[in-house]
Ligand binder design. Sequence first.
Ligand SMILES: [Zn+2]
Length: 271
Amino acid sequence: MHGTSGSFYQFIHIQEKTVLHCLWQNIDYKKGVKIIKLEEKDKLAGKVIRSFCVKCNNYTNHKIVSNYRIDDSEKIENGRYEISWYDDYQMILCLGCDTMSFKHDSSFSEDWDPETGGVNTIIYPKRKQKIPLELNHLTPEIDRLYREVIDTYNIGAYTLSAIGIRGLIEGICLAKNIKSGNVPVKEKGKNNVKKSNLEGKIYGLLQAGLISAMHVEILNELRWLGNSAVHEIEKPRIEQVDVALKIVESLLELIFGLEKKGQILKRFRKR
Ligand SMILES: [Zn+2]
């Protein structure tokens, strides 16, 4: 019995070695003939790229171990124009910690964006580039929206993140019962105008003493970011959303966290 299974495993071992050898040499192991057509798949193999590592939690050098490209093109309008597209499926290895990931780059000539170079990238396993901060004392609605903004950011849905960031500012105003504010008019001699839109509410936060004039300036910038995301469906850049998210996080800490900490301090004094 032992001898039989031993030779069986030996057989499997030889088979495995044969298959591996054939794969290595690009030989069809069943027919024993060399595959003539060299796949385009490994043109990018060996190339080193910068990518976010799920384990190092940072941008590190990655080696493309294997790449498989599928591309095609089509003539349109009686051959006057040509549209083209490609998909690159890659196995990439982090040169810092040896973690392997799967990367899918896709590009379509009619969807060319100068910001991204026209390439959309998805990496598996998903990269958790941002972990929600431990922001205490938020209202349940704001806490939920904040976590959703982080989720959309982490999957690269930056338009939705920008819209969510704008929603967080609206949420702060709602939680603090700020419904309007007096917006200054630039022309001399004119009085402030009471507005109940987001701009008005941001001034409302200032007039309620919750934020400073510097915050108003910064929040007005964020207001524009959310505006263009909603109305012009313009995809914001990761750097823009990154900064916007940091500003909103510090604002949430300022308005909800600091207030609570202040109350705790006061309680100590009363004892
Ligand atoms: Zn790594």
